[in-house]
Write a protein of this length. Structure first.
Length: 180
């Protein structure tokens, strides 16, 4: 059975179809949540809440994108909401008036592993971490990131550029041993 058939059955509140979709997407969505929240227990909670919301709102799924992409957006939003709810003090900076020069060079030293990059991303300040993760790991473009995070595209570009700078420094310090 094709996923769209299963989705249509879910729209009719078919529990077996819901279980089938859950089983098909739960592992992937768990890993998406884990990248954002950084803790397996919290990622499990976020994933469960995301599926609940998806099944409650499944009538809004129009098939313009794949079900997986639609669900992934819910998981990312829930993950970000979860992380924000854990923060006590957030300081908003107005980055709308900064002119950004795009830098598409994401190259790193040859001895830097993918795991080192992922680990360094988790150390970025939150407002940069989400943008870098969504761009570099999840493959979203600036328009999509701006929409999900409720930012302007210019702010998104600014945060990506600054996040990349922080990331390079973290990786450089790791490679040359200037930080423990």
């Amino acid at each position: 059975m094709f996923p769209i058939d299963v989705v249509n059955q879910c729209k009719a509140n078919n529990r077996k179809a819901q279980l089938q979709l859950y089983e098909q997407y739960c592992n992937g969505m768990f890993h998406v949540a884990l990248r954002f929240v950084g803790n397996a227990d919290d990622a499990e909670d976020v994933m469960q809440e995301s599926f609940i919301k998806a099944f409650e709102k499944i009538h809004q799924f129009k098939g313009e994108v794949t079900f997986g992409a639609w669900l992934k957006r819910i998981v990312i939003n829930k993950s970000i909401d979860f992380v924000k709810s854990k923060k006590e003090n957030l300081v908003a900076l107005n980055e709308n008036h900064v002119y950004i020069v795009e830098d598409e060079d994401w190259s790193v030293e040859n001895d830097v592993t993918v795991e080192a990059v992922k680990s360094a991303i988790t150390l970025l300040p939150e407002k940069y971490k989400f943008v870098v993760m969504m761009y570099l790991v999840e493959g979203y473009d600036h328009g999509e990131i701006a929409q999900v995070l409720d930012l302007t595209e210019n702010t998104c570009r600014t945060r990506l550029l600054r996040g990349k700078g922080y990331l390079r420094e973290l990786l450089k310090n790791k490679v040359y041993g200037t930080r423990p």
